[in-house]
Design a protein around this ligand. Structure first.
Ligand SMILES: Cc1ncc(COP(=O)(O)O)c(C=O)c1O
Length: 353
């Protein structure tokens, strides 16, 4: 158990009275992964295919944006601003959602520099997203202050900007994963289960923890960090859970000790790890399912290691939430190029003239 929540009379009613703007194709499939399960020594492993939420090639952010966009549209904003790393999934999905609603998107990205327009960055430019880039700087505070300054400039020009924080991880956005947990509860056989997912800015994890309490009591929710330390995750996740519970109107008593996360698989944020690369190959070759090098490859590497070390219970169903991020794979072609050894190039036979 991650948290203690005073069960409200009807969690369904509490959730359903919060408005949302439909952006994701849901329910996403809960797919069994029998060969991966056997390899990991687990009786049952399911993959929740949130890489198939549809928006901007899929991913977890579509569920969060469904709640964020209610306020964006209520305020009659004409441009949505957000921030992220060079290959931000959140930024591209925000931009695609804005386009779907007839709005413009402007994003502040930060990182080591732009060497090529690949992966999500390519999708950003195809969407016609205006980008400001902070070279060699991906500090969240700097990105946020650049975004706020830009929004101010736009206001002075008579525009109506709306700013979304990093990862869209707010109490309202996290309701997307409260809802996702209700979906999973309806797809899984009844009984105890353990849910594993990637943790970045903590909104997905917070929503999953609160959603498990409301719709899957007794489920264990395990976060695999891709960036923050365990202590940082506990603090931020608690804040978001409390905020989400406040919006829903249910009580929560949380202790940081009750939040289960692992930060030993993260390496450096945005830089692929050996175990993440191995997990990408294993999952593709056993199940035909792709993972990405920044989020889901690392979180699957965590799942496989926790299974091997028997920290996961092999006897109860495990659910891996595939949070998407697949366009990023194409921006890391160089790290996977050696696999092309399998290719045999056959030159065209030239007929004599
Ligand atoms: C593909 C993918 N998975 C997982 C996460 C982590 O979600 P959160 O930021 O809500 O912790 C992100 C966040 O950017 C993501 O893009």
């Amino acid at each position: 158990m991650n948290t203690y929540v005073n069960p409200p009379q009807s969690p369904d009613r509490l959730l359903d009275r919060i408005p949302r703007v439909v952006l994701a194709d849901t329910p996403t499939p809960l797919q069994e992964a029998p060969r991966l399960a056997r390899m990991a020594g687990l009786t049952t492993l399911f993959i929740k295919r949130d890489d198939q939420t549809g928006l901007a090639m899929g991913g977890n952010k579509a569920r969060k944006l469904e709640y964020d966009f209610v306020e964006i549209l209520n305020q009659e904003s004409d441009v949505v601003l957000t921030v992220g790393g060079t290959q931000s999934n959140h930024a591209v999905m925000t931009a695609a959602a804005a386009r779907r609603k007839g709005l413009e998107a402007m994003i502040v990205l930060g990182g080591p520099g732009i060497t090529e327009y690949q992966g999500n960055l390519l999708l950003d430019v195809i969407l016609g997203t205006e980008i400001r880039y902070l070279k060699d700087n991906d500090r969240n505070e700097d990105l946020a202050s650049a975004m706020d300054g830009w929004a101010e400039e736009l206001r002075r020009k008579g525009r109506r900007p709306y700013t979304l924080p990093v990862g869209g991880s707010t109490g309202i956005g996290a309701l997307g994963y409260v809802r996702a947990m209700r979906e999973i509860a309806g797809q899984l056989p009844a009984g105890p289960s353990q849910i594993v997912l990637a943790v970045g800015s903590c909104g997905t994890f917070a929503g999953a923890i609160l959603g498990a309490q409301l719709f899957m009591p007794g489920a264990r929710v395990i976060g695999i960090s891709v960036s923050r330390s365990r202590a940082e995750i506990a603090g931020r996740t608690m804040e978001i859970v409390r905020e989400s519970a406040g919006i829903l109107g249910c009580d929560v008593t949380l202790t940081g000790a009750g939040i289960e996360s692992y930060d030993c698989y993260r390496g450096e944020y945005g830089v692929p790890t050996d175990s993440g690369r191995e997990a990408i190959l294993t999952c593709a070759r056993l199940e035909g399912i792709f993972l990405d090098p920044v989020y889901t490859g690392k979180s699957m590497a965590g799942l496989l290691d926790l299974a091997r070390r028997r920290i996961l219970d092999p006897g109860i169903p495990t659910v891996f939430i595939h949070t998407g991020g697949l366009p990023i794979l194409f921006a890391f072609e160089r790290g996977l190029r050696d696999l092309a050894d399998f290719t045999t190039v056959i030159s065209p036979r030239r007929e004599p003239e």
